[in-house]
Design a protein around this ligand. Sequence first.
Ligand code: PLP
Length: 453
Amino acid sequence: MTELDIKTLQALDAAHHLHPFNDNAALAKKGTRILTRGEGCYVWDALGNKLLDAFAGLWCVNVGYGRKELGAVAAKQMTELAYYNSFFQCTTGPTVRLAAKLAELTPGDLNHAFFTNSGSEANDTILRMVRHFWAVQDQPQKKIVIGRHNGYHGSTVAGASLGGMKGMHAQGGLPIPDIVHIDPPFWFADGGDLSPEEYGLVAARRLEAKILELGPDKVAAFIGEPIMGAIGVYIPPHSYWPEIERICRKYDVLLIADEVICGFGRTGEWFAGQYFGFQADIMPIAKGLSSGYIPIGAVMFNDRVAKVLAEQGGELAHGYTYSGHPVCAAVALENIRILEDEKIVERCKTDTGPYLAKRWQELADHPLVGESRIAGMVGALELVPKKSERKFFDERGKVGVMCRDFALKRGLILRATYDSMLLSPPLIISFDQIDELADKTRGALDDTAKELG
Ligand code: PLP
């Protein structure tokens, strides 16, 4: 692309395109970065810069860029049958095959799939599903869903309400009624003198306190990301999720594990429930389901929920034109085939994953880093003003953005949330690329420390 082409696109972008999660006025002045190509773990921008994408797009390109098999499958399905819906007692072969494959792949008895276009839509679906589940069992008052402050479950009205992002709630009068939040498990900021494992139990028992405060007969479900991604990759202690599961079982509260980021290998297990040792009743998935090649999400739900919906639920008054889209389903199936055939999840657990963890943990010795955390191939570095204290910068986010921009100058895409530098590379990353990633991250940390003086 010539510089003139880029300038023209940037002007059109500023005039006509509202970017998600962006200060659009600032972006219009600066000019958007235009990406043109991707191969493996790298993307290229319109200026020809080659960038190592340590964020896999948006936590999603698990099998890496440029997989011709996925394009070929999409083209074949589009030519054969580009579209048909699953309304009106119809469906398509890829749709059904994907539902069956997901039933096989997901843990426990999550044997049933409802298809969506995204993680947000999956969570919207879930809100209606869990309330309907209790209502048809003569418990219409059991409708409160408990989420966590700073959780992220998407951008639709229900998704953003289930999430606990204050900035999102402020736009549009959210959360909608009967959704409440408890504090998340973040030992670094909140654990005090407790060991992480002790703290995990304390943090989980906030759920029990909230259920008792509201009344167990009013609480339909609890929703949480196994690892809280968007807020800064908060990896809970291993004591947290089993205790959450115990509490949900005790009070008959449905347990929803939002695996939109963690699903399909990110933690070195197919699903993070397996990593932490707990079993969800309902599980939204998206992102890694198609490695981001095509929009598709799903709600996986267990036999108990399915039985009630089937036997007592009546006609399901819910669905999307593109629920179970055959092209998306075919691509997702092929993506899962690649993950399986190339043993990508296993590599993440026993091969490249441990090496990435080692290199990432070594960065904890940097003067700017207060904590290095990682599970499989998702992690963060917490940048702090004083290494000896578990405290944030007064002006949160400035240093993180600085470090992110220095990384970019070195040809590395990292994401910053406040001053957490987030890591989520394609799962196919090689040993050499892990070295490149770690070295460039250290370089960006050095640049940042120098700039801070
Ligand atoms: N849930 C989690 C945990 C997410 O991280 C996201 C997106 O980042 C979503 C849901 C929403 O998914 P989507 O952006 O596909 O709507």
